[in-house]
Ligand binder design. Structure first.
Ligand SMILES: N[C@@H](CCC(=O)N[C@@H](CS)C(=O)NCC(=O)O)C(=O)O
Ligand code: FES
Length: 107
């Protein structure tokens, strides 16, 4: 495993909710990342680990390889890749995301 892959594994397994995004939650640098942050907030998640991929080309590429998913944002719950912005939207609308986040919080 490369250093970036190890670093990513460490991040996603040591925080229950992790969002890889462009920019930071208070100032997203892309609409897709802004939407992802907004959805988490709508679900009542006040605190989550956010990783700004614009600060690291290695993480920006590494996260695409990690879950074999080509874009950012990427949401991880309990170390598991959940999806990007479109999947988060669908899961939010169906209530599935809230369920997973509540389960992660309770665990
Ligand atoms: N449809 C995508 C939208 C995200 C997306 O298209 N991201 C692009 C533009 S921000 C991306 O990450 N491109 C690769 C890169 O910038 O490294 C989703 O559901 O998350
Ligand atoms: S940075 Fe251009 S679409 Fe995300």
């Amino acid at each position: 495993m490369s250093d970036a892959q190890k670093q990513i594994q460490e991040i996603v397994t040591s925080h229950s909710v992790v969002l890889f995004m462009k920019g930071v939650p208070d100032m997203p640098q892309c609409g897709f990342s802004a939407t992802a942050v907004q959805i988490l907030k709508n679900c009542g998640v006040e605190e989550f680990a956010a990783v700004d991929v614009l600060r690291s080309p290695e993480i920006r590429q590494g996260i695409k390889d990690y879950a074999n998913w080509p874009t950012i944002p990427q949401l991880y719950i309990k170390g598991e890749f959940v999806g990007g912005c479109d999947i988060m939207k669908e899961m939010y609308q169906s209530g599935e995301l809230q369920k997973e986040l509540d389960a992660a919080k309770a665990a």
